[in-house]
Design a protein around this ligand. Structure first.
Ligand SMILES: Cc1ncc(COP(=O)(O)O)c(C=O)c1O
Length: 363
């Protein structure tokens, strides 16, 4: 066979949700609200300035951006975050792949608990890291005793845990993070993937608060969700500076372009505005959960900007019925469940109307 792709990649399809041009797109957990004219103008000016030096490579250490991200993250922990604790790449997907490049690899194991984010096993596969997957409880929480037992048995180099979890929306309590850091010990890292962290409900702290106590803890974030910057491709993490230094060994030189750095810095100057819709999305999420439950459906408690609902004997038929009505959601998660991202009020009305029709058709 030509080309001689790696044996384990042969015949595989690339990961990704369908990108379909439909009126209501609620399938990839984006923020439905775009940037304001003031933010767009700031980005345009900043990129124009960056363009004047495009003949030069960008700042390889992205010092200014790391400082901006550290200041932003310091909002979520009384201990503060310094630039040396911050690393960034093109989306948190790249950040986590780099973590596996540095800390995984042949003879090492990465571990998570299903149902969870589908890209994790791909990072492991691509870095030739063994992949082990435990299971979450029926309500999608983590059974802490079972989790500890699995970690102690498998001795993973990297544990990947989203909080809130995708696709279930379940947040991890701080005691679970602390317990897992202890269970993983000095031989590994616990990566708490807070891609949806800003959407968590009041009273759920960020794992950032635990960084001073656990040198093996990594907290990953992204500008793709609450920050309304999915097109920007900027993910980042906070961790012990030694972890950032290890990633610097595997990163490609100049992986963050001048344009990306300028755009991300401009977006950070508009933090309050870009995050301004988070409360609205949280309220819309809670309304959506309540409405779905009112239809007699099961819905996982959600701390994110999406919810997982079901269960359907033929979930594909429900997904297709919604798509036929111009509403695209995601067929993901355990059998029988579907995931809807939280959109604008109008989009959620369209979703409810379409689902009402689909359910009536099926009964
Ligand atoms: C749990 C989780 N982590 C990470 C990502 C990756 O996000 P990005 O690469 O856009 O930062 C996603 C995207 O949907 C996600 O759901």
């Amino acid at each position: 066979m030509f080309p001689p792709i790696r044996e384990e990649l042969r015949g595989l399809e690339p990961y990704g949700a369908p990108q379909l041009d439909v009126p209501v797109q609620l399938n990839v957990n984006e923020n439905p609200y775009g940037p304001s004219p003031a933010c767009i103008a700031d980005i345009a000016t900043s990129v124009a300035h960056a363009a004047t030096t495009l003949n030069r490579y960008p700042d390889r250490e992205f010092i200014e951006l790391r400082a901006g991200l550290a200041t932003y993250l310091s909002r979520d922990t009384p201990h503060g975050i310094v630039p040396a604790q911050v690393w960034a790449a093109n989306g948190s997907n790249e950040v986590m792949l780099q973590l596996l490049q540095a800390f995984g690899g042949p003879g090492r194991t990465a571990l998570s608990f299903a149902p969870t984010y589908s890209m994790y096993p791909e990072y492991a596969r691509d870095t030739v890291t063994a992949w082990v997957q435990g299971r979450r409880a029926d309500d999608f929480s983590l059974d802490l005793d079972a989790a500890r037992e699995l970690v102690e048995r498998e001795r993973p180099s990297v544990v990947l845990l989203p909080s809130p979890n995708n696709p279930t929306g379940t947040a991890l309590p701080p005691e679970a993070v602390a317990m897992l850091c202890d269970a993983v010990g000095e031989s590994g890292l616990l990566v708490v993937d807070e891609a949806y962290g800003e959407f968590r409900r009041a009273g759920t702290p960020s794992a950032l608060e635990l960084l001073p106590e656990h040198r093996n803890l990594v907290v990953s974030r992204t500008m793709s969700k609450a920050f309304a910057g999915a097109g920007l491709r900027l993910g980042y993490l906070a961790a012990d500076p030694a972890i950032c230094d290890a990633i610097r060994v595997v990163r490609l030189p100049y992986h963050l372009s001048s344009v990306t750095q300028a755009t991300a810095l401009a977006a950070l100057r508009h933090t309050d505005e870009l995050l301004g819709q988070v409360d609205r999305l949280r309220a819309e999420r809670d309304r959506t959960v309540e409405w779905l439950r009112g239809q007699g459906l099961a819905v996982a408690d959600s701390d994110a900007n999406f919810c997982l609902f079901g269960t359907f004997a033929d979930r594909h038929a429900v997904w297709q019925g919604l798509l036929d009505r111009g509403v695209l959601i995601r067929e993901v998660g355990p059998d029988g469940w579907l995931r809807v991202s939280i959109g604008t009020t109008e989009e959620m009305t369209a979703f409810r109307d379409a689902l009402t029709q689909v359910l009536a058709e099926q009964s």
